[in-house]
Design a protein around this ligand. Structure first.
Ligand code: CA
Length: 744
C-alpha cells in the first residue's frame, strides 16, 4: 500500500486589487516583422499593485488556495492534481461549455494556463501571451513578441509554446526565437527582455514554460534535431541579469570547459566531433524547482545526432544526455544526476514532465521524483541523492529488456542493434510518453499517463554506412538515421508496419501495475488532469474531451470539440463555481508523421480543422458551440512532367530532408500545415518563389534559398505532384501505377 504525505499548507494569500487596462491589440497572424533583440537588462521598478503577486511562499502553500492554478504544474511538486471537488464523478455528466475563445490560429496549442487573482494567463502559437477574464474569456490584454516568420522553419515541432510563469506581479514568457520576456501582469507592458541564445547561426528555439523560484527565472531551449548544444540559464526575475548557466553536454574539448562538471562529462564522449554537429541535450520542457533541497531538476534531451556511432564512435555514456540533472538553484552547481538512457541512440529524451512527491518506498518515507521519459521506463528517484528506487516499464519496450536495479542501467536488447540492419523499435522517437503532462494522485499512489506506442524503423544514415563520415548540414535535421526506410514503409504500407496506439494508463510506479487502461485508437493525445472529485480529464486526437472515473477508468462524460488536443486541462474555482479549461489544436512533434495509415483513424484536426480555441466548462454550462465543417480532402488533377524515377527519387529525398518536418511524411499532412497535394494553380505557379525566396514567410513558411537551388526546388515540386497523383488515383479507385523507391 502506497502512502504519501501531503505537505501541510500554511495559509498565506495576498488578495490583490483587480485593475483592468485597455487591451493591447495583437498583430495579425505571423506578420513577419523583425523583433528588436535586446540584451539590455531593464529597470527593476516594482509593480504598482499586488495583483498576480505570486511568490515562493504562495506556491509552496498552493493547497491553501485550490481555486487558483499558480504554476505550470499547479504547485512546485507539479503533480497536476487539483483538490477541487465541486465537479465530481457524481455530477460530471452535467458539465457544459461556459465559454469559448477563438485564438485566431490553426497552429498547435500546448499551453498550461495560470489562474490567479481573477485573471487567466496563457500562451498561444508564436509565443503570444493572453490575459483573459476566466469567467468570460474577455481579453484583458495580449502581447505579441513578434517572432520573425523564419522561425517557423527553425522549430522542429511547430511554432508552439507551453505557457508562462507568473511571479511577483510579472508574467514571464520564452519566445520561439529565444528571448525571455518579463511583462507587467496588470497591463502586459514589457518590463525587460533578454536574448537567451548563444549562437544564432544554429537553430535554437524556446517552446517551454519558464519556471520561477527564489527570485530567479529558469529557461532552457530546443533544437537538438537541427544540431545544437543544450544549456539552461537562470535570470534574476527582477532585472533580467543572468545568474548562472549550466551546459548539459561538453563543447569542443580543446577549449576550456565552461563549468567544472564538464571535465568529467567529457570523459564519457569518445572520438567523433560531437561539438561540430551539436551534441544535443536540450532542456526544452521540464525544469522543476524543489523547495525541500533548493534544487532545480533539469530534464535533459536526446543526443545530436541521434545515432551514437556518429556522435561518439568510441562508445561512452555521453553525459548528460537523456538525464535528470539536479543543480543548486542559486548557483547552478551540479548536485547529482541520473541518466535514463546511457549512450542514447533513439531520441530518448528525459525532458518529460517530472513530479515531486513524498512517498513510502519499501517501508521508508522518501522524497521522490517521478518521470516517464520517452524510453518507456517509469523512474522513481530519491530526490536527496538521485538513487534509483524503481524503473518499471509503463509502455511496451523493445530496445532494452529491463533496468538493472544494481547498476541503475538499462540492459539493451542486442537483437535490435540497428548499426548494420534497420530494426523496428519501441518506443519510437515520439516516445512512450512525450511532453503531454501526466497527473499524479498522491493519495492513491497512481499516475495517470498519456501513453503511446508508435515504433520507428531505425537505420544508420546511408552516407555514414558507406563512407564512415557524417557532416552536419545546416538548415535541416541532422539525425544520423536513414529516413528513406521509413518513407518506403509508409508509402507501400507493408504488412510489417506495427500498428501505433494510444493509451491512458492509471499506473502504479512502485509495482509497475496498471489499475486500469483505456485504449485510444490514435497515439498522439493530450495531457492529463486528475482531481479530488474522482475524475481524470484528457482531450484526445479524435477531438473528444473526456472525463473518466479515477477509480475505474469508466468514461463518465465527453464533449466533441471536433479538434485534436495536446494541451493539458486545468481546473480553477471562482466565486464558488469550479471550471475546467482546455486548449484545442494539435500539431507539435507529430507534424512529421502526418496523416496516419488505416486502421489508425484520422485525427479530428485532419477531418475538420485545427481550430485553436480555449474551451472552459462548468456544471450546467450551455454556451453555444458551433461544429466546424468537414475539410475538403479532394486532390486536384496533377500535371506530370514524366520524369525518370531517379529524378523523382532525388526530389523525394530533398522533400523528406527539408519539407516533411512540417508537411508530413510522403506529402500527407496531418491537418495542421497545408497539404501540398491540394495546392491550387496559383501556388503551383509560385512554388519556386515560395520555396526559395520565402514569399510566404509571414505564415511561417520561410525560404530555403540558402540550402536549395532551383533544380532541387523543381524536383521537390515534381515529387509532390507525383505523390498527389498517386493518392488521387487511389481515391478514384484506380491503380496508382508503379512506385519508385528512395535509392540514390
Ligand atoms: Ca528530440
Amino acid at each position: 500500500m502506497v502512502r504519501y504525505t501531503i505537505l501541510v499548507a500554511a495559509i498565506l494569500a495576498f488578495l490583490g486589487m483587480y485593475f483592468l487596462r485597455t487591451p493591447q491589440e495583437i498583430q495579425p497572424e505571423g506578420d513577419g516583422s523583425l523583433a528588436v533583440m535586446s540584451n539590455e537588462a531593464g529597470d527593476s521598478a516594482a509593480p504598482d499593485s499586488r495583483t498576480a503577486w505570486i511568490d515562493d511562499e504562495r506556491i509552496k502553500n498552493a493547497d491553501s488556495e485550490p481555486g487558483n492554478w499558480l504554476a505550470y504544474g499547479r504547485t512546485y511538486e507539479e503533480q497536476r492534481f487539483s483538490p477541487l471537488t465541486q465537479i465530481n464523478a457524481g455530477n460530471v455528466s452535467q458539465l457544459g461549455l461556459a465559454w469559448s475563445k477563438d485564438m485566431g490560429t490553426n497552429r498547435a496549442q500546448e499551453s498550461t494556463p495560470i489562474v490567479v487573482d481573477g485573471i487567466m494567463y496563457f500562451t498561444s502559437a508564436w509565443s503570444r501571451v493572453y490575459a483573459v477574464d476566466p469567467l468570460t474569456g474577455e481579453t484583458l490584454w495580449s502581447y505579441d513578441p513578434k517572432v520573425p516568420g523564419e522561425y517557423g522553419r527553425r522549430a522542429c515541432c511547430d511554432v508552439v509554446n507551453r505557457g508562462v510563469a507568473v511571479y511577483q506581479g510579472r508574467v514571464y514568457v520564452g519566445s520561439l526565437d529565444g528571448r525571455l520576456i518579463a511583462l507587467d501582469a496588470l497591463t502586459g507592458e514589457e518590463i525587460w527582455q533578454v536574448d537567451t541564445i548563444i549562437d544564432r547561426d544554429r537553430f535554437y528555439t524556446v517552446t517551454g514554460a519558464p519556471r520561477v523560484a527564489n527570485g530567479k527565472v529558469f529557461i532552457g531551449n530546443g533544437g537538438a534535431e537541427f544540431g545544437v548544444r543544450g544549456y539552461v540559464s537562470a535570470y534574476d526575475a527582477d532585472t533580467g541579469e543572468m545568474v548562472w548557466r549550466f551546459f548539459t553536454v561538453p563543447g569542443d574539448p580543446s577549449l576550456p570547459f565552461e563549468q567544472p562538471e564538464l571535465a568529467e562529462a567529457a570523459k564519457t564522449w569518445k572520438g567523433g566531433n560531437w561539438w561540430e554537429i551539436g551534441g544535443g541535450g536540450t532542456v526544452w520542457n521540464s525544469i522543476v524547482y524543489d523547495p525541500d533541497f533548493n534544487v532545480v531538476y533539469l530534464g535533459v534531451g536526446n543526443g545530436s545526432p541521434w545515432t551514437r556511432a556518429i556522435r561518439s564512435p568510441g562508445g561512452g555514456d555521453n553525459l548528460f544526455l537523456s538525464s535528470i540533472v539536479a543543480v543548486d538553484a542559486d548557483t547552478g552547481e551540479l548536485k547529482w544526476h541520473y541518466q535514463t538512457t546511457p549512450g542514447d541512440n533513439w531520441d530518448y529524451t528525459a525532458v518529460q514532465d517530472m513530479a515531486l512527491a513524498d512517498m513510502e518506498v519499501d517501508g521508508e518515507m522518501k522524497k521522490v521524483l517521478l518521470q516517464a521519459p520517452k524510453n518507456g521506463f517509469f523512474y522513481v528517484l530519491d530526490r536527496e541523492n538521485g538513487e534509483l528506487l524503481r524503473a518499471h516499464p509503463y509502455a511496451t519496450v523493445t530496445w532494452a529488456t529491463h533496468v538493472d536495479m544494481e547498476t541503475g542501467r538499462p540492459v539493451e536488447n542486442p537483437d535490435l542493434d540497428y548499426s548494420e540492419k534497420e530494426k523496428w523499435v519501441l518506443p519510437g522517437p515520439l516516445g512512450g510518453h512525450n511532453w503531454q503532462a501526466m497527473s499524479v494522485d498522491a493519495e492513491s499512489g497512481l499516475v495517470f499517463i498519456p501513453v503511446q506506442e508508435n515504433p520507428l524503423i531505425y537505420g544508420m544514415a546511408e552516407e555514414f554506412k558507406e563512407t564512415g563520415l557524417y557532416k552536419r548540414n545546416p538548415g535541416r535535421w541532422n539525425l544520423g538515421v536513414e529516413l528513406g526506410r521509413v518513407v518506403q514503409h509508409f508509402v507501400s504500407n507493408l504488412a510489417d508496419w506495427p500498428l501505433p496506439r494510444g493509451y491512458l494508463k492509471a499506473f502504479d510506479p512502485l509495482t509497475g501495475e496498471s489499475a486500469w487502461v483505456v485504449e485510444i485508437p490514435h497515439y498522439w493525445n493530450g495531457g492529463v488532469l486528475a482531481t479530488a472529485g474522482d475524475l481524470v480529464f484528457q482531450g484526445d486526437a479524435l477531438g473528444m474531451f473526456k472525463a473518466y472515473n479515477k477509480q475505474t477508468g469508466e468514461l463518465l462524460w465527453e464533449f466533441n470539440t471536433y479538434t485534436s488536443m495536446l494541451a493539458p486541462p486545468i481546473t480553477y474555482e471562482i466565486d464558488g463555481t469550479q471550471y475546467v479549461s482546455i486548449l484545442t489544436g494539435s500539431g507539435g512533434g507529430d507534424l512529421f508523421g502526418g496523416a496516419p495509415l488505416p486502421p489508425v483513424p484520422n485525427p479530428a484536426s485532419l477531418d475538420y480543422n485545427n481550430y485553436g480555441r480555449m474551451l472552459v466548462f462548468k456544471l450546467g454550462g450551455d454556451a453555444p458551440f458551433e461544429a466546424p465543417r468537414a475539410r475538403d480532402m479532394t486532390i486536384p488533377e496533377q500535371q506530370l512532367a514524366g520524369l525518370s524515377d531517379p529524378e523523382i527519387a532525388h526530389g523525394e529525398r530533398m522533400y523528406h530532408e527539408y519539407c516533411a518536418v512540417c508537411h508530413g511524411l510522403a506529402v500527407r499532412s496531418g491537418g495542421v500545415i497545408p497539404d501540398l497535394r491540394q495546392m491550387d494553380d496559383g501556388t503551383h505557379e509560385a512554388f519556386n518563389q515560395i520555396v526559395l525566396e520565402g514569399i510566404l514567410v509571414q505564415n511561417g513558411m520561410s525560404g530555403f534559398g540558402d540550402v536549395l537551388d532551383v533544380e532541387d526546388s523543381e524536383l521537390i515540386h515534381h515529387y509532390v505532384r507525383a505523390r498527389a497523383h498517386e493518392d488521387r488515383e487511389v481515391a478514384l479507385g484506380n491503380q496508382p501505377g508503379p512506385r519508385w523507391t528512395w535509392q540514390d
